[in-house]
Structures are given as C-alpha cells and as structure tokens.
Design a binder for this molecule. Structure first.
Ligand code: GDP
Length: 198
C-alpha cells in the first residue's frame, strides 16, 4: 500500500478511476490503526495522525498482494466537539461532497467503538447514509477489549441500532487481527463490483 496523497478539495482526488472504499468514524475510534492492519503496513496511516492530515481526505493505493486495484480513503473524523463551528462546517462540507459526488466510491466502512453505545454523531451519520442510499458496513473497533459474551451482546445491539441497512456488522481488532480477514473480503467484493451504489 502506498500513500497517494491528501486533498483539501476534489481537485486533489485521484483521476485513474480505481474503486474507492471510504473510512468514516469519530476521532480516536481506531481508524488509522484499522487502515494499517488492513493493508498490513504498520505506521502507514499514522496512529493519532498529524493534526493537519486529519482534516483532509487521505488516499492510500492498494495493489498486488491479492488486492484488486483500489484506494482506501481516510475521511476526516467527526466529533471534535470543541472545534470552532466554522471549522467543523468546513470538514462536513468536504466529507459530504466526497460521499455524494464521488463516482468511484464503492463502499463506506463506518467505524464505531465496539465497547460503547452509538453516539449522537454515529446515529446522525447512519440516518444520512441511509437517506442517500450509500452502501456501508459497520466495523466495531477495539473488539479485543471485550470478552466473548460481551462482544456477542454488543454486536447484536449494533445490528439493531446502526446495522439495519448495513451490509454487515463486523467486530474487528487492529491489535489482535481478529475480523480483519472478513473485512478485507467485504472490501474486495465491493471493489470488484463498482456499480454497487445503485
Ligand atoms: P483514529 O484517531 O481513529 O485514527 O484512531 P487511532 O488508530 O489513532 O487509535 C486511537 C487509539 O485507540 C490509540 O491509542 C490506539 O492504540 C487505540 N486502538 C486502535 N485500534 C485498537 C484496537 O484494535 N485495540 C485496542 N485495544 N486499541 C486500539
């Protein structure tokens, strides 16, 4: 996996038309760690990334190693409650315009922390994704922090709250690697069927 670049607007997005899988979730949910685990390249998407990069759309190119050609797209995290309103609105515009207008977008990976109930921001995002009929899977991160019974209980809670229209709810752990294979499979399938949005 290579870092392709960061973009502050659509001018900086790749132009080769390869399918894209976008990662969304509140800050600190474990997005960078999951990107690294999926690509098998530690340290590529920086854990607790440099502040500047967290406000841009970051593209990582996957090819080879059993992957079809595709980009993993790291979208800015939401839920910075203390950020100034104008700044928050700027990120929102960037994220929503990417999600609504990006033709190569094949799938969204919606990250939530496996240990917690969905936040208001998570519920708003789910409603928005459903409204716009965007295809998504819910990835419940940091699943290693739960025992087996609690993990099963949390998963069925998520299936009812955020997962009703999701293609799947997948508990994952960047730390132990559990669930990563299954998420990779789901991503590969979506990237091989780029018309999946309709
Ligand atoms: P981001 O802000 O969403 O990109 O989140 P990061 O990947 O930077 O992770 C935020 C924090 O959660 C860091 O302290 C990570 O070490 C921790 N973390 C991320 N993934 C996991 C995981 O699978 N298991 C555990 N136990 N901790 C994790």
């Amino acid at each position: 996996m290579n870092f392709f670049g960061s973009a502050a607007s659509s001018d900086g997005y790749p132009r080769d038309g390869a399918p894209e899988v976008a990662f969304l979730g509140r800050s600190n949910v474990g997005k960078s760690s999951l990107l690294n685990a999926l690509a098998g390249v530690p340290g590529l998407a920086r854990v607790s990334a440099t502040p500047g990069r967290t406000r841009l759309v970051n593209f990582f190119r996957l090819a080879g190693g059993g992957w079809p050609d595709l980009y993993l797209v790291d979208l800015p995290g939401y839920g910075f409650a203390r950020a100034p309103k104008a700044e928050r609105e700027g990120w929102e515009r960037l994220v929503t315009s990417y999600l609504l207008r990006r033709d190569p977008l094949a799938l969204c990976v919606f990250l939530v922390d496996a240990r917690h109930d969905p936040t208001e921001g998570d519920l708003t995002l789910r409603t928005w994704l459903d409204h716009h009929r965007l295809p998504y899977v819910v990835a419940a991160t940091k699943a290693d922090k739960l025992g087996r019974a609690e993990a099963a209980r949390r998963r069925s809670g998520l299936e009812k709250s955020l997962g009703r229209n999701a293609r799947a709810v997948l508990p994952v752990s960047a730390r132990t690697g559990s669930g990563i294979d299954e998420l990779q499979k789901t991503i590969r399938a979506a990237a091989s069927a780029p018309d999946a949005r309709n």
